[in-house]
Design a protein around this ligand. Structure first.
Ligand SMILES: *Cc1c(COP(=O)(O)O)cnc(C)c1O
Length: 393
């Protein structure tokens, strides 16, 4: 007999545990073991597991109208678009179902708007080490050889910037550049915050050259860094942003928000999605926004972020295996001198779930609603896991 797991294409190296239930920052596996979840399902379950208001909103909407298609008006979608645009200083939204799809929409929007403006071969600049998703367009903008390898030919029209510096921006720039696509903090690439000075320089360059700045806030958006959106920390306004992970609190939904010329880039029929922005997904995201407002989540995250910074620096000071601590809000990376997978495994033994970002970075993305007490408990468990994995006792 072939066990059911052998019927999955092997895209993931999965841990040998199956999660079956969650509540707040805690999850349980099928053997009844309890873990503190500092992964949030990779930055998704921002309100924690089984949030009562979110679960109730989804259940109620499922019983009322789950899907009706974009051939008709969808009041929940209109409301969500308005709320997000007002929060992000944008003028229009397009909804889809994932981060990669949101970036595909952004790529198509930039190209279409460039063509409208008479620019024939628009180039999109992206940064070395970026991650924008697994679909072919998003993958072409993902400047990591290990992710692109074997999937050639990739779509043309993307160019790498080698480092987050003005010199690298100059080196990559020419008249063909229509847009720059950046994560304010690179997530999958190792939790690398871009210097705010660099983000401001890119903004200035785009303004001077008539190019657009598109920020991929799929991981950093929706309160993760202690502001609604990470671009706020740099005091700049992008022309478009993409959102997904935390937007639906666990329900799949992605979004592209745009303003100015980019908000005029699509006409009816230019782009679309069967499921995108359906009543159920939008109702979930509206419930997330409402709960985040009520619980003042961005401010809470900013406050906890200060504590994490202090505690992780203290850990790094006594553990030579930690090379660097990077992050903001509740998005952190510990760069190690060894394989991060060993720490992830040791943490699991301590009843703590954490992520990697590349081979040597341990990544923390806890639910945004965790209490200071839960945070300290998680960091204590992480400390013990690091001691074990780094051979300190
Ligand atoms: C996760 C992620 C994506 C891809 O999102 P999917 O929903 O997996 O397609 C894109 N960009 C960033 C910055 C991400 O972190």
């Amino acid at each position: 007999m072939t066990a059911p797991e052998h019927f999955l294409l092997p895209t993931y190296a999965r841990a040998e545990i199956a999660l079956v239930r969650g509540e707040g920052v805690w999850v349980w596996d099928d053997a009844g073991r309890r873990y503190l979840d500092f992964t949030s399902g990779v930055g998704v379950v921002s309100l924690g597991h089984a949030h009562p208001a979110l679960a109730a909103a989804i259940a109620e909407q499922a019983k009322t109208l789950m899907h009706g298609s974009n051939l008709f008006r969808i009041p929940q979608q209109e409301l969500l678009a308005e709320r997000l645009c007002r929060l992000a200083g944008m003028e229009g939204a397009f909804f889809c179902n994932s981060g990669a799809e949101a970036n595909e929409a952004a790529i198509k929007l930039v190209r279409r708007a460039a063509h409208e403006a008479g620019r024939k071969n628009p180039v999109i600049l992206a940064l070395a080490g970026s991650f924008h998703g697994r679909t072919l367009g998003a993958l072409a903008a993902t400047m990591q050889a290990r992710m692109q390898q074997g999937f050639e030919p990739l779509p043309a029209g993307f160019r790498a910037m080698e480092a987050p510096t003005e010199a690298a921006l100059d080196a990559a720039w020419d008249d063909g550049v229509a847009a720059v696509l950046l994560e304010p903090i690179q997530g999958e690439g190792g939790v690398r915050p871009l210097p705010v000075e660099f983000l401001r320089a890119v903004r200035r360059r785009c303004d001077a050259a008539g190019a657009w700045l598109v920020l991929d806030e799929v991981q950093t958006g929706m309160g993760r860094t202690g502001a609604w959106f990470a671009f706020e920390h740099a005091g700049i306004q992008p022309d478009a942003i993409t959102l997904a992970k935390g937007l639906g609190g666990g329900f799949p939904i992605g979004a592209l928000l745009a303003r100015g010329e980019l908000a005029q880039g699509f006409a009816p029929g230019a782009h679309g999605s069967t499921f995108g922005g359906n009543p159920l997904a939008c109702r979930a995201a509206l419930a997330v926004l409402e709960a985040m407002d009520k619980e003042q989540v961005p401010a809470h995250v900013a406050q906890l972020g200060e504590i994490v910074a202090r505690e992780l620096e203290a850990l790094a000071a006594r553990m030579p295996c930690i090379r660097e601590v990077r992050g903001r809000g509740l998005m952190w990376g510990l760069e190690l001198d060894r394989e991060a997978a060993d720490v992830v495994a040791a943490a699991r033994k301590e009843g703590l779930l954490v992520l990697t970002a590349g081979s040597k970075v341990v990544r923390l993305l806890p639910p945004l609603v965790l209490t200071e007490e839960e945070l300290m408990e998680g960091l204590a468990r992480l400390g013990r896991a690091l001691e074990r994995a780094c051979g300190i006792s």
